[in-house]
Design a protein around this ligand. Structure first.
Ligand SMILES: NC(=O)C1=CN([C@@H]2O[C@H](COP(=O)(O)OP(=O)(O)OC[C@H]3O[C@@H](n4cnc5c(N)ncnc54)[C@H](O)[C@@H]3O)[C@@H](O)[C@H]2O)C=CC1
Ligand SMILES: O=C(O)C1=N[C@H](C(=O)O)C[C@H](O)C1
Length: 269
């Protein structure tokens, strides 16, 4: 499968190139960067710390989409919404790892998924997707006397909060409790907040240093249960993204999740 990397010079872009280069059945079909990026023209392999792969990074999205069977997209919300239109026109698999979408962005991605296979997840690692399934199960088991709080820490460069993973975990907790996350989520606390409302799902975000990504789901009552995931290598996200692209080839158009790719819904976790 010919797979191109969007945002090839980024932290995830480089990890994706390394993973693609070592995955049987995949070829690195190209790398895209934003217009004006100093990475344009550089070899995608060299940039990722490998031997040269003979593929120069380009800013020509149309050419790249026309010569790929799938694209791995860890860029920015605005770029990803535009790429979804191009992937739908080219009828290729669009794996979306980008986070930080607005409600309006999500509506546009759903529209694009009528014409193309999109696999989208706020976290592509197997561990976090298992954690989400476990979170739903624990939330379904415990009553509202257990307060749910989701805590994350990421590197200083991260632009969005709560993280895509935190939102996935919050959605899983809400699903387990059979409530709407929108009606129960508390994203910030500052000043005179009053006591915690029963049933709320709280979010807290820490930023600093080079932390790859850490998440903790806390169920706090008269006893406390904590489920946690710690990522120490971006390769886990990259592996999930490449698996998703291979899985998506030949599927009917639609918006799929990593739970679909990993078969977690079938397990009923
Ligand atoms: N779903 C998941 O498993 C994961 C998701 N992410 C998400 O992926 C995104 C990127 O994260 P990082 O790699 O850390 O960021 P980064 O800032 O290191 O990389 C993003 C790259 O995209 C490029 N880019 C932006 N607009 C572009 C355009 N129009 N055309 C081509 N390239 C463009 C930038 O120049 C940059 O090189 C974030 O939203 C992050 O939250 C990150 C890790 C795992
Ligand atoms: O920006 C990151 O780095 C990460 N983003 C994703 C998120 O928003 O949850 C996944 C991972 O935690 C790393």
């Amino acid at each position: 499968m010919r797979i191109a990397v969007l945002g090839a010079a980024g932290r995830m872009g480089q990890a994706l190139t390394r993973t693609l280069a070592e995955t049987p059945g995949c070829t690195v079909a190209g790398g895209l960067e934003a217009e004006g990026s100093p990475a344009i023209g550089q070899d995608i392999g060299t940039l990722a710390g490998l031997d040269p792969l003979g593929v120069a990074i380009t800013d020509d999205a149309l050419h790249l989409f026309a010569h790929a069977d799938g694209v791995l997209d860890f860029t920015s919300p605005a770029a990803t919404v535009a790429f979804a239109g191009l992937a739908a026109q080219a009828r290729i698999v669009h794996v979306i790892g980008t986070t930080g979408f607005s409600e309006d962005d999500l509506i546009k991605l759903e529209a694009a998924a009528r014409h193309a296979v999109i696999v989208k997840a706020g976290n592509m690692s197997m561990g976090v997707n298992l954690l989400a399934a476990l979170t739903a199960r624990v939330a379904a088991t415990l009553g509202p006397e257990f307060d749910i709080e989701i805590l994350e820490m990421h590197h200083r460069h991260k632009r969005d909060a709560p993280s895509g993973t935190s939102l996935m975990l919050g959605a899983a907790a809400a699903k387990g409790r059979e409530v709407s996350l929108a009606e129960h989520s508390v994203r910030t606390r500052d000043g005179e907040t009053g006591p915690r409302r029963t049933g709320d799902i709280g979010f807290a975000a820490l930023r600093g240093g080079d932390v790859v990504g850490e998440h903790r789901v806390i169920f706090a009552g008269r006893e406390r249960i904590e489920l946690a995931h710690i990522a120490s290598d971006r390769g886990i996200f990259a592996r999930g993204a490449v698996t998703a692209a291979l899985w998506g080839r030949g599927k009917s158009p639609g918006l799929y999740s990593m739970a679909d790719v990993l078969g977690l819904q079938v397990l009923g976790l």
